[in-house]
Ligand binder design. Structure first.
Ligand code: SF4
Length: 884
């Protein structure tokens, strides 16, 4: 697309003077959205990626609104016989109508902002706050003890289609159908008026910004607060004063932002949110909405026709300023309305919606939120693991223990209600029992007879039980959903347990009812129900597996190819942007996520770092001190002499790298093997162990395995101990940073694992990471059933497409490994003045093919020195120049 030269110097309203790489990023992003493409954007940590995403996309959004506004006015026509001034008059009228519509909305939000400011100031002065809306405390939603409520309702539907979800009906917009269609076509907001005719609701062109966690979305909201932009449509110069307030309309327009969350994030009913798990909260909330639930038990926060005004009030407050998920929860509590449901009212007039991965990537979640992506812009941040995230969201597993528990619960239920089950209920409950027995029988026999820890499962084997091959899974799944069997069974089990507690011990209550129901979990049958959906629709891109470990045997469905699930998003959206600090190697996305797109529809942008190349030195370390090659392949990695060489090499490096050094190992078991050897083996020239030797140079800290990743505040605090809150900072990271800052210049050594708890989301800036050492290449285990199936799938798909299947699969395999490596080595540089050395220990890092998979900014600082001595001299030179 040809653009005027002047546009290259576009003002992106960046709050600071942007670096050249930021300008490049924002320009490319703007064009990608304008041209309606898929974009893959890489910008290393510390380069202001979030601000570039915000400024580039929202500048486009406001420009787009401005252009479409002009186009709508230009499309106004009058009868050909009318004079020119009539046309002008019509346009003027139209313009004023649209402007006043917007001005009213803005004015409402401005009033809310002013009121909140006043309340804040009063609070700061110590004046009493306004009374909060009374919260209903009686929200226990407990059903009464009548057992009749556990009986299934009659079920007669035999049709083959699901009941369609409620379709939003548009209220009368007050515009002619022709104008409405034209405005929609041009992407201009259409207006809705509520039933009372009081509230106007715009449906704005939107940016959907998606990241993995709410803490990342909160960080994004903080960045968004820094950006100010002029209004999309400048107010009429003659009409700049607001009629209500007599205040001039601001020349900056606040962003209309909303963050979406799940019920688990937003439920304010204490009796429901205490259930803990997302499934349990969802189930309970839906259960309380069932017809027939007594008024006392219903959730009083659920929006109703009578509380429409409160919902609108929630919407205006939510949009009046940039708020994170916790703010929305507080707002819901303050107004006494459920923020999960009330948020939906704010989606239409919103400009930027932020939401975590699962809400965007799962069609059912989008439908539940009534979220349409049609024609909007999607930005997915931290997208380096997007393909895995899609696969994870659409994969599901069920354990033998869950199947058995589920079957036992159903047995107890049938003991009581068998005679009350009639017609289709009897048929489908029997089918459910048979299916559970069939799945259970399969896993029991695998558990007893198979020596393999895991293996591929054929769907026919799962359905081999008596009469199971006759079951129409589609109809059964619909029955389970419509009949709420899982909830009825679960409700009855809880009821029975409660009744048993009331019985004296001597009365010998039915011991079989102790079914180990997790106290605050979801009905186990619900989980089985989800697995059934995979059984019902085992697309060609997925496989079933079993796997055994100490916890028992598990049946899994795994999605091998994310293409089709993500295609729906791509086809609906105007443009899709995948952004990340390290997206390299990028070819994977083109080949395995967008194989159906013409390459001309994909833009890839890899930005350099903000540091000059002289602030980084990256070196492969091919040989140890003894001259033997480092080869950490699975077959050779346990060589004791090589492990000793590795210890000696690390001991040498840390004497030439100041402050903190982080070493990443390929796996926890290999880290354990190395540690055990270093404690046993001596340094070649000294009578003390390698471990003690290393520890004497820099105190050693070990990553805590299996711990949840540190919270965002902990992560932030690592770079800024002065503001750290010790309660949230991971103890190892705190101790490591403390050792560096207070250790008389010795620094510290942190031993971690690639893909472990410290390899993502933590920035080892400045003295926390003057050196990052990566040991070996963390290739996935090709002998694992899942990887075997994945490689087979890729090979045959590529071969069918006329490509070299084996080479494609090998490339994919290497890319999965290098993406994990790139994540680790991208942790060291955080800002323009930062500097670090990156050492990659393995002969394979010397190969062109592997080096080509490193990010551009690292390749630009790569030195290929032959011996360890040369690496050491490279380190000395590098840190010497940094001292000056
Ligand atoms: S309506 Fe809202 S507050 Fe009530 S139970 Fe459901 S999620 Fe919780």
């Amino acid at each position: 697309m040809n653009r005027p030269a002047a546009e290259k110097e576009k003002d992106f309203h960046h709050p600071y003077e942007p670096y050249d790489i930021q300008k490049k990023f924002m320009n490319a992003l703007y064009e990608c959205i304008e041209d309606g493409k898929v974009g893959i954007f890489e910008s290393p940590t510390g380069t202001g990626k979030s601000l570039s995403l915000i400024c580039g996309s929202l500048t486009w959004l406001r420009d787009h609104k401005r252009r479409t506004f002009d186009e709508v006015l230009a499309a106004v026509t009058v009868d050909g016989s009318e004079p020119e001034w009539m046309l002008e008059h019509e346009r003027k009228e139209k313009k004023q109508a649209l402007l006043s519509q917007r001005a009213d909305f803005e004015s409402r939000l401005a009033k809310i902002r002013a009121k909140e400011k006043m309340i804040r100031e009063r609070f700061e002065k110590g004046e009493p706050q306004y009374k909060r809306q009374k919260m209903t405390t009686d929200q226990n939603g407990e059903d009464d003890a009548d057992e009749a409520r556990f009986v299934l309702d009659d079920y007669e539907s035999e049709g083959d289609t699901f009941v369609k979800s409620r379709v939003r009906t548009s209220a009368d917009s007050g515009l002619s159908m022709e104008t409405q269609l034209l405005m929609e076509e041009l992407g201009l907001p259409t207006r809705q008026i509520s039933a009372e005719g009081e509230e106007e609701i715009f449906d704005e062109m939107k940016i959907f910004y998606c990241s993995r966690t709410h803490s990342q979305l909160t960080q994004f909201a903080n960045e968004l607060r820094r950006v100010k932009m002029p209004p999309a449509i400048a107010p009429d110069p003659l009409n700049r004063k607001n009629s209500d307030t007599d205040v001039e309309v601001d020349l900056e327009e606040e962003f209309k932002h909303l963050t979406l969350g799940s019920r688990k994030n937003l439920c304010i009913n204490p009796k429901v949110n205490k259930l803990g798990s997302a499934t349990a909260i969802n189930e309970r909330c839906l259960e309380l909405q069932q017809p027939g639930t007594s008024v006392d038990c219903k959730c009083s926060y659920l929006p109703t026709k009578q509380t429409e005004a409160v919902v609108n009030n929630f919407r205006d407050h939510a949009l009046s300023r940039i708020q994170d998920i916790e703010d929305l929860g507080k707002l819901g509590r303050k107004l006494g309305i459920c923020p999960y449901y009330a948020s939906r009212s704010a989606i239409r007039p919103c400009e930027i919606v932020t939401l975590p991965y699962p809400l965007l990537l799962q069609k059912s979640a989008r439908e539940a939120l009534e979220l349409s992506l049609k024609g909007h812009v999607i930005i997915i941040d931290e997208a380096h693991n997007l393909m895995d995230a899609i696969a994870g969201i659409h994969s599901i597993s069920v354990s033998l223990a869950q199947l058995q528990r589920s079957r036992a619960q159903l047995g107890v239920y049938l003991q009581k209600f068998r005679n009350k089950l009639k017609g289709k209920n009897r048929v489908y409950v029997t089918q459910t029992v048979r299916l559970l027995d069939s799945l259970t029988g399969y896993l029991q026999s695998k558990n007893a007879n198979s020596k393999d820890a895991e293996g591929l499962v054929q769907i026919g084997d799962l359905m081999a039980g008596k009469g199971v091959d006759q079951i129409n899974l589609f109809k059964l799944a619909r029955y389970l959903q419509d009949s709420k069997l899982a909830r009825k069974v679960d409700g009855y089990i809880i009821h029975t347990e409660q009744e048993q507690v009331k019985l004296p011990r001597s009365s010998g209550g039915n011991s079989t009812v102790s079914l180990n129901r997790p106290k605050e979990g979801a009905p186990v049958l619900t989980h089985i129900q989800s697995f059934l959906l995979a059984l019902m629709n085992p697309s060609a891109e997925g496989r079933f597996f079993y796997s055994k470990d100490e916890g028992g045997i598990v049946l899994k469905y795994m999605l091998l190819d994310p293409t089709f699930h993500f295609k729906e998003v791509v086809e609906e959206a105007r443009a899709v942007i995948l952004a990340g600090g390290t997206m390299s190697p990028m070819s994977d996305y083109e080949q395995h996520l967008f194989p159906y797109l013409d390459p001309s529809c994909i833009t890839t942008v890899s930005c350099g770092h903000v540091i000059p190349p002289s602030n980084l030195v990256a070196m492969p370390v091919i040989r140890g001190l003894s001259g033997t090659e480092f080869d950490f392949t699975f077959e050779k990695r346990n060589s004791e002499s090589m492990i000793q060489d590795l210890g000696n090499a690390i001991l040498t490096f840390i004497q030439h790298i100041p402050d903190g050094v982080v070493v990443f190992f390929p796996s926890y078991p290999y880290l354990d093997t190395c540690l055990a050897a270093w404690k046993r083996l001596n340094h070649s020239a000294k009578p003390i162990s390698l471990w003690d030797n290393i520890n004497a140079i820099k105190p050693i800290f070990l990553e805590q395995r299996g711990q949840p990743k540190p919270s965002s505040s902990a992560i932030n605090s690592i770079g800024n101990l002065a503001t750290a809150s010790s309660s949230v900072v991971d103890s190892v990271l705190t101790a490591y940073s403390a050792a560096i800052t207070t250790g008389n210049g010795r620094g510290a050594l942190l031993l971690a694992v690639i893909g472990g708890t410290l390899s993502e989301g933590i920035n080892f800036s400045d003295s926390l990471g003057r050196g990052v050492i990566v040991v070996g290449l963390p290739f996935p285990n090709l002998h694992a059933a899942e990887w075997k199936a994945k490689m087979q799938y890729i090979t045959s798909k590529a071969t069918r497409g006329g490509k070299d299947g084996k080479a494609t699969a090998r490339d994919f395999y290497e890319n999965a490994c290098m993406r994990a490596v790139n994540q680790c080595i991208g942790r060291a540089i955080r800002h323009r003045g930062d500097y670090a050395a990156i050492l990659m220990v393995d002969r394979r890092y010397g190969s062109q093919r592997i080096q080509a998979k490193l990010p551009d900014w690292i390749r630009g600082s790569l030195r290929n020195d032959a011996s360890l001595r040369e690496v050491v001299s490279g380190l000395n030179d590098f840190f010497e120049t940094k001292k000056q």
